[in-house]
Design a protein. Structure first.
Ligand code: ADP
Ligand SMILES: N[C@@H](CCOP(=O)(O)O)C(=O)O
Length: 303
């Protein structure tokens, strides 16, 4: 039996107006996957007591590897041992990280020579299997690391020239098939005024990161379309954003499809006040919340 072990970090996708395009990997949590050769077929073993399905067609890691095995004619059996470190269903790219780690481990186990873009392609198929439609942003961040923009079949890392860190508010809201449901709320058409506003936000964020311009980053962390359509899933978000900005956060946005909220802070921000008042606000809506500080993380690592 030959094995390869990989780890992939959590991520926050969309980053305001970058729905299915922008994402960032952070060191808040990570998943581990060990891929070992074995007897015929593919087996997925969840090595913790998470209630995540072990049926490979219903597991983001399993589905991605099944697609890889088919396309590369891999006849040998594989066992995927998935150790979840990223809580599922909370907007932290949990399903995406498992898929990314699994694809990277199998790529190394069979020396397939996949490019990072190819690993994104296969990992996002796993996302599609559980969220109803494949979205590449979480997996791209887990694979490439840092801030990424998924531009079709190619993912590009954004240059970041500003020193900040993240506060993640992680409410304990259980919602089965959360991202699938959230994606059903996204409008099929948008009006030109919202489209133009969102393009402005997206360009502002990317240019702000590149130029190290705090005001541009702050202006970029907004969204007129998807966050608004999904607001019932995280009703505390508008007030939480106001509190964060009142204590000089750089900006705040929904982490992926939520319910977690990502706040960017720096040396000018009153971090403790943001954390304490934000937690109190979420509690006033009837939810407890974990508050976790994090920094930008690197890409998937294979031992
Ligand atoms: N390997 C996996 N890791 C995490 N969730 C998985 C995995 N495979 C399937 N799932 C399912 O995907 C859902 C969580 O993914 P999703 O709704 O996209 O939320 P998030 O990506 O924010 O964790 C859960 O219903 C979970 O059972
Ligand atoms: N672009 C996707 C991102 C989903 O992120 P997750 O961490 O909530 O799975 C979407 O917004 O649907």
């Amino acid at each position: 039996m030959v094995c390869k072990r990989s780890i992939a970090y959590s991520s926050s996708a969309n980053l305001g107006s970058g729905f299915d395009i922008l994402s960032v990997a952070h060191d808040a949590f990570y998943d581990e996957v060990e891929a070992c050769t074995s007897e015929g077929g593919l087996r997925v073993v969840m090595t913790d007591n998470s209630n995540i399905p072990e049926d490979p067609t219903k597991n983001s890691a399993g589905f991605s590897v099944l697609s890889l095995m088919k396309d590369y004619g891999i006849k040998e059996g594989i066992i995927l041992k998935v150790k979840k470190g990223i809580p599922a269903g909370l907007g932290l790219g949990s399903s995406g990280a498992s898929a990314a780690a699994a694809v990277a481990a199998v790529n190394s186990l069979f020396s397939l020579g996949l490019s990072k873009d190819s690993m994104v392609k296969y990992s996002m198929l796993g996302e599609g299997a559980i969220a109803g439609s494949p979205h590449p942003d979480n997996v791209a961040a887990s694979i490439f690391g840092g801030f990424v923009a998924v531009l079709g079949e190619r993912t590009v890392n954004l240059n970041v020239n500003y020193d900040f860190k993240f506060i993640l508010f992680i409410p304990s809201i259980e919602a089965k098939d959360k991202t699938k449901k959230a994606r059903e709320l996204v409008p099929k058409t948008v009006d030109m005024s919202s489209y133009v506003k969102n393009m402005r936000f997206g360009f502002s964020l990317m240019l702000g990161l590149e130029r190290g311009d705090r005001k541009l980053i702050s202006n970029g962390l907004n969204d007129e379309i998807v966050e608004k359509a999904r607001l019932p899933m995280f009703p505390f978000y508008p007030e939480l954003k106001k509190i964060s900005l009142s204590h000089n956060a750089i900006g705040a946005c929904v982490s992926g499809a939520g319910p977690s909220i990502l706040v960017l802070v720096d040396h000018e921000s009153e971090i403790k006040a943001i954390e304490e008042e934000g937690k109190k606000l979420i509690a006033s809506f009837g939810y407890s919340a974990q508050v976790k500080e994090a920094k930008i993380a690197g890409g998937v690592k294979v031992e």
